[in-house]
Ligand binder design. Structure first.
Ligand SMILES: [Zn+2]
Length: 315
């Protein structure tokens, strides 16, 4: 279910500005057809944020790397946001481990009723369970794309808002514990987003729309319309995809219906927040040891970041 079909890839390229016959096109040629937009979002800085995160080591809850990354994140955001709210708690796993958890919420124009919520998970997976070799499967995921890319988008947005404040309120939420446990059984995953849903920052917290940015750095990006997002908040899917098309990224933000993906938007749906998931699961290093910064593209980060910023400026 994760493999992109050849026909879809062809369609995406027929729709792209560079409309070339792509039968034998190699990866580099296809990637070069995607032009990163100039503008407020600094794609090179975003790629540096990915490298910085990976350099801490795997951000597995309970480890020194996780603590150091969390401290860095809070410090970086305090330099950019009006208000930084840190939610700290201990999560007890199904097998009795006690994990220190931290969600970080960076708020811009806290008083504004008209708000946007962006979120990404900042933890990384303790095991590479998509590896077939058991020795590799036991290793942690480096989390350049899975974790790192979404955080980099949010930090790049924070930089842009620091330089040029928005007319509307913006909340950047970094959730912990997304990737700890089993998605098959739903055990000890989405920990931070569940906690946030139960501890919203205001009693009447209701952003106009929200976007979860996850795995948004692949060098050949295609974002299909994730099925739970379409079911729960179709108007938000429309808003995001139309904005991407207007910026010339209709080939990257495909109008094709995607599969259902269990991710941090689901606990937010459960409390009525209109949040969608922008995700490209078609990434060969997903939950593998090869999820390293060389697989993440500044061009892709630039495209996604420009859409994220345009959505704020347009609201
Ligand atoms: Zn993951």
């Amino acid at each position: 279910m994760r493999l992109r079909s050849a026909s879809l890839l062809s369609l995406a390229f027929m729709l792209s500005a560079a409309a070339v016959a792509c039968g034998g096109a190699d990866v580099a040629a296809r990637e070069s057809a995607i032009v990163a937009p100039p503008g407020e979002f600094d794609a090179a800085a975003a790629l540096e944020y990915v490298r910085k995160q990976v350099a801490f080591g795997p951000r597995i809850p309970g480890t020194a790397a996780h603590r150091a990354m969390g401290d860095w994140l809070v410090a970086e955001l305090r330099r950019r946001a009006d208000t930084v709210v840190v939610q700290e708690w201990v999560h007890t796993t199904a097998d009795g481990q006690r994990l220190p958890m931290r969600n970080v919420l960076a708020r811009f124009r806290r008083e504004a009723a008209n708000r946007v919520l962006y979120l990404a998970h900042w933890d990384t997976r303790p095991i590479s369970d998509r590896e077939t070799d058991p020795a590799l499967a036991a290793r942690p995921v480096p989390g350049a794309n899975d974790g790192g890319s979404g955080v980099a988008i949010l930090l790049g947005v924070a930089d842009a808002l620091k330089k040029s404040p928005s007319a509307v309120g913006v909340d950047l939420l970094f959730v912990d514990g997304e990737d700890w446990g089993s998605f098959d059984t739903g055990t000890d995953v989405l920990i931070g987003s569940k906690y946030f849903a139960e501890h919203l920052p205001d009693a009447d917290y209701r952003p106009v729309f929200g976007v979860l940015w996850d795995m948004v750095g692949d060098s050949i990006p295609v974002f299909e319309q994730e099925a739970y997002s379409v079911q729960a908040a179709p108007e938000v899917v429309q808003r995001v995809w139309l904005t991407a098309q207007r910026l010339g990224h209709g080939a990257v933000f495909s109008s094709r219906a995607g599969i259902e993906i269990t991710d941090d938007h689901l606990p937010l749906h459960a409390v009525g927040l209109r949040v969608i998931n922008v995700i490209d699961l078609d990434y060969p290093w997903h939950h593998r040891t090869g999820d390293t910064p060389d697989k993440v593209s500044a061009k892709t980060l630039g495209i996604v970041g420009s859409v994220a910023i345009a959505l704020i400026r347009d609201l």
